[in-house]
Ligand binder design. Structure first.
Ligand code: ADP
Length: 179
């Protein structure tokens, strides 16, 4: 079912893929989370459903210990039974309330956190384009800008996973133009 793939080479590999991020084999999967790490809908719900309730329990514990995760920042938990070692929970901005700079930060901090964890591959969803309402094209442009300027130390592969044809074709158009 993961039949659409397009690869870009930026010194590290960037793959665009259409599919379900919970099924991707990568060292870490990024979740499009909210500040309370309350994984009730969208990709967050899919991650907990497939990876197991331990991801929600660890998330609750994180928020009890550290407080809510600021917009544009990330928190890490284990990945339960997913084919990944970690879930990096990135808190994107809400369209109309918080700006693109926060989306840039959420994506960039995800890459940096993966490297802090010593990881080589990372899967990213289209953060903020679901419940949080950002246009797909804006997310694609911001993600292209983060990736274009990123200088990885050990990260070798970033897999951008889009959930439907519209999302995939928007990212393909923007990445082909900008990467
Ligand atoms: P946000 O609150 O940041 O907008 P959402 O989870 O509502 O987060 O949506 C982010 C994006 O993730 C949307 O484009 C949505 O279609 C997509 N998405 C939902 N489920 C999955 C999945 N299983 N794999 C990959 N992407 C998904």
């Amino acid at each position: 079912e993961d039949y659409l793939v397009k690869t870009f080479n930026l010194g590290f590999e960037v793959d665009l893929m259409k599919g379900d991020i919970t099924k991707i084999e990568a060292d870490a999967i990024v979740n499009a989370a909210n500040s309370y790490l309350s994984h009730g809908g969208g990709v967050a719900w899919a991650i907990v459903r497939r990876g197991g309730e331990a991801i929600q329990r660890e998330s609750d514990q994180y928020v009890r210990e550290h407080g809510p995760v600021p917009v544009g920042e990330v928190a890490v938990t284990g990945a339960g039974s997913l084919r990944a070692k970690y879930v990096i929970h990135a808190v994107g901005p809400r369209y109309g309330l918080e700006g693109e700079d926060k989306l840039h930060s959420a994506i960039r901090r995800s890459l940096e956190k993966a490297e802090e964890l010593g990881l080589r591959s990372l899967a990213l969803p289209a953060i903020s384009t679901g419940i949080y309402g950002y246009p797909m094209e804006v997310c694609a442009r911001v993600m292209a800008s983060v990736l274009r300027s990123y200088k990885p130390k050990i990260l070798e592969k970033v897999i951008v996973v889009l959930y439907d044809d519209m999302a995939y074709s928007t990212f393909e158009k923007v990445f082909t133009r900008e990467l």
